[in-house]
Design a protein around this ligand. Structure first.
Ligand code: FAD
Ligand code: AMP
Length: 475
């Protein structure tokens, strides 16, 4: 290990490790310091996303969805399965294998890009020096021309509902359950709460979700939110809106949760309680006195549009800075910064960051919701195409949901695309690309989509915006 680098990245999650790899690809000398510790105490690169977020949650969503489909949907295809069993330990083993392959893959990527991976803690000192404490506690001071802070985020704790690693757990705990709780409470009906609630509901838990807000998924287009709420309720998830949790007490293997709703104070007893009330930036122990790096009122590292902190050659990317807490947003920021450091062009178009909720039906969107467009005052048109009218969706037994496209009336620019339905997270990529190229709804209308595919629903939604849909009556 040398002690001087062109770039030192602190944090090896999906914002930090791509920054390090791109810096290496750009011919810079680079080290990436990361302190993630798995439950067995071992170190792994990949941060929250690979170890306790995106990847393990998608692995369990896939397993539980397959079980649900085998039980509920195969019969209509004429596939009769008797005595379906499932094995939580095997599901967890498969998930652990996927996580391990993903995190170990980073080591290979680091090797190929000549990135020095340093397990342990990094602390920025004044003057672009970094104190590195290795896993044995040994300290060294490293120097860098540029430092990229990518320290990520941690779950927001709920006062009066302290995690105890057994009955009261966070999202990571909910990914590691070894058996199906009979009654599962989830505090917070946000993206993470909905995905985890869906996993355990499909595996048989009675799931109650307590959400403080009166509205459901307020950040999504409200037509989509309404459809989603209907779908989740139909699946048996008991979503209680306007239910603000004030505390939870674990006793005798169960949890008593107190919350207030319009009717007054209520209690709920569950076997396991997942606290999923959001995430907050992680900057504990990251900044020594006198670095000059500033935090905003909510604890995020302050940066400009290009992720500069304002301290010369100190940058910050990912969940520890403003913007949506999403892996792909952090990744693009990391790559942008590594390119800017190397003197190349780099930018992130924050207007086209897609959001995906990996429930069934899946939910995905890019750009503005109808509510936002309306509030902005620009005249607009919408086109909606239901999957019920898609031949491919019918063949897949996946007709729930729709694609909604919003475009400006003046120049036909696409302002937002909102999808609820099969593979929405994949379908949204076309809308992202269209918006990245400032496409009009006419551009999509004139683009040939293979038949029969789910992507035709986006094509038809674009046509519907001008009342030209072919496969569904225009309104
Ligand atoms: P992190 O992934 O949090 O990584 C930061 C890393 O830095 C960690 O390893 C941490 O230990 C390390 N670190 C922090 N401080 C220091 C220090 N001082 N020294 C050394 N190392 C340090 N996003 C999506 O886009 N899609 C999804 O499907 C999705 N699903 C999710 C599901 C769950 C259950 C959760 C919890 C999150 C999910 N997210 C998803 C969010 C996603 O995980 C985060 O947006 C993403 O991980 C942020 O990346 P990051 O690199 O900024 O931070
Ligand atoms: P997200 O930020 O998408 O992870 O969602 C977290 C959700 O938790 C938000 O919808 C919050 O409104 C909700 N929330 C936060 N605090 C509480 C609370 N005390 N009780 C119930 N819901 C809460």
């Amino acid at each position: 290990m040398t002690d001087t680098y062109d770039v030192i990245v602190i944090g090896g999650g999906p914002a930090g490790y791509p920054a390090a790899i791109r810096a290496g690809q750009n011919g810079l000398t680079v080290a990436c310091i990361d302190e993630w510790k798995n439950l067995d105490g071992s170190h792994a690169f990949g941060g929250t996303c690979l170890n306790a977020g995106c990847i393990p949650s998608k692995a369990l969503l896939e397993s539980s969805e397959l079980l649900y489909r085998a039980r509920e949907e195969f019969a209509v295809h004429g596939i009769k399965l008797a005595g379906i069993e499932f094995d939580v330990a095997q599901m967890q083993k498969r998930k652990a294998g996927i996580v391990k392959a993903s995190t170990q893959g980073i080591l290979a990527l680091f090797k190929a890009a000549k990135v020095v991976g340093l397990p342990g803690h990094g602390r920025l000192l004044p003057g672009r020096e970094v104190e590195y404490t290795d896993t044995a506690g040994k300290k060294a001071v490293l120097k860098a021309k540029h430092v990229v802070l990518a320290s990520g985020s941690v779950p927001t704790p709920l006062r009066n509902a302290a995690l105890n690693g057994r009955e009261i757990i966070d999202s990571w705990g909910a990914l590691e359950l070894g058996s199906v709780p009979k009654r599962l409470g989830v505090i917070g009906a946000g993206v993470i709460g909905l995905e985890l609630g869906s996993v355990w509901r499909r595996l048989g838990s009675e799931v109650v979700m307590l959400e403080a807000l009166d509205s459901f998924l307020p950040m999504a287009d409200q037509q989509v939110s309404k459809e989603a709420l209907r779908a989740f309720k139909k699946q048996g998830i008991d979503i209680r809106l306007g239910a603000k949790v004030s505390g939870a007490v674990a006793k005798d293997g169960a949890v008593e949760v107190s919350y207030a709703d319009a009717k007054g104070t209520q209690t709920l007893t569950v076997d396991r309680l997942v606290v999923a009330i959001g995430r907050r930036p992680q900057t504990l122990g990251l900044l020594a006195d006198g670095t000059g790096v500033a935090l905003d009122a909510r604890g995020f590292i302050q940066v400009d549009q290009e992720c500069r902190t304002g301290v010369e050659n100190v940058w910050a990317v990912g969940d520890c800075v403003r913007g949506p807490m999403l892996a792909h947003k952090g990744k693009e920021e990391g790559v942008m910064v590594a390119d800017l450091i190397a003197g190349h062009h780099g930018e992130v178009n924050y207007k086209t960051v897609p959001s995906v909720i990996y429930t069934a039906p899946e939910i995905a969107w890019v750009g503005e919701t109808e509510e936002q467009v309306k509030a902005g005052g620009r005249p607009y048109k919408t086109g909606v195409f239901p999957f019920l009218a898609s031949g491919r969706a019918r063949a897949m037994e996946a007709t729930q949901g729709f694609v909604k496209l919003i475009a400006a009336i003046d120049d036909d620019e696409i302002l937002g695309v909102h999808i609820i339905g099969p593979l929405a997270g994949e379908l949204i990529a076309e809308a992202v690309l269209a918006m990245e190229y400032s496409a009009s709804s006419e551009d999509l209308q004139r683009t040939i989509h293979a038949h029969p595919t789910l992507s035709e629903a986006l094509h038809e939604a674009a046509l519907a915006a001008d009342k030209k849909a072919i496969d569904f009556p225009n309104r």
